[in-house]
Design a binder for this molecule. Sequence first.
Ligand code: GLC
Length: 475
Amino acid sequence: MNTPNLKETWKKHYAIAPSSIDKMSQVDGVISAYNSNIDAVLKITPKLIEDLCSELKLSYEEITNIAYSKIRTKEDVLKAIVKCFTSGIAEEWLVEEVSVFKWLQERIGYDRLQMGGQAGIVANAMAVCGAQNVYVHCASLPKLQAELFLDLPNLKSCDEKGEIKKAHDIDRTTDLPLIHWILEFDIDAEINIDGHKIKCPKSNRFIATYDPLNFELYTDSYFNKQAHNLSHDYIVLSGYHMLTEKLPNGKTSADIIDNSLELLKGWKKGTRDCVIHLEVASTQDKVVRKQIIEKIAPEMDSIGLNERETIDVLEVINKEDLAKKCDKETTSANLFDGIVAIKEKTKCPRIQLHMFGLYLTLQDKNYKISANANRNGMITAAVVSAGKAGTGAINDKNALLWAKDMEVADKSLEELERLASHIKSLYGENALMSEGICSTDKYDIIAIPTILVPKPLTLVGMGDTISSISLVASR
Ligand code: GLC
């Protein structure tokens, strides 16, 4: 089939999106935990990067000499920015020093505040898509944070007395605002450091995070208590990625993870057969990354990750060669092998990769969500996230379907083609190109080409939006 015909075919598949969103109102409850925070977003200009480098008297050699992925000094912030800018990649480093946090506030500032943290972003997305009850965990919920939750009656959290209330209206006055800096840069922007000209190959962002509560996966005891009695169909989890092996307060990530898995058993008790999904997220600490894969992922019904996170996981499951291959050529074909390796390691029944231009789900045969339902969910997620990229936010129903008549991108079809021919070499002829579904003896493979918005207004939280909508709209 040629490209125009393929685009036509996918347009027909994509026509499911509006009714899929409507069906999300059948969902009784979604719990979204753990990390909600405030994102301070700034488009960082080449001039600001250059000015900061010269203010800090950083040479090109110094700036490219990276010994650890943490922020202890102002210089570390610049190292991370230049690294992400140079390769057009997304990373998140934790700020360990209050003085650097203050410097970020004073010297760098922000353009706007928006909802941050996987749990917060997922909660807003689920609520605007119409799930009947969305319960969001917040380590901290002062007014500044609460106001970033959509003003919707179905979006709830715990107030200072432990009562479930509309999240937008809560004000836990003594809670500290938890702020993350999202520094966005644009494709083709150019910086000059010490005579070294660097051109940014892909629009992306670097996140500098100062967040003492979510760093330790602080759990609101009121929320935990309520979660034991809430009726819910889905639990979407994230936030483990912010842990470090040993915390300054003496706790270890291993204990924190064990404790959280114990709590989770309680959350699952008494509810229907709920689906628990983990969004892996960018995890800098390799020990924690390994624990997420070895301890948490096997307990999940579903996990979600992007291309970078896939490579990072491969590095900690003794698949360094495959990690290198995926890093060198980040294609759907290589990443498919990566996802298979992760699936074999974790035995998690459903894994979803969201990469530039393509979403791919690999799941056990006879999994509780059918391949077709998955495809519907993934398509819905593609439309909604294109709406988010195109309009900057999905704060109302209209933005959800902003992209519904757009075509899938040429690049996306090329990526799907790469995958289809790789699958052909492994399992024989398949209909991935036109149907997006291929069943093998072992797995169902579902892949869709996505809509690509040429000049996205935002990229933050895209993965969280994609994963949660893919899952909950799989009906
Ligand atoms: C990370 C960041 C958070 C951001 C989110 C988007 O959790 O810490 O600030 O909103 O990623 O996915």
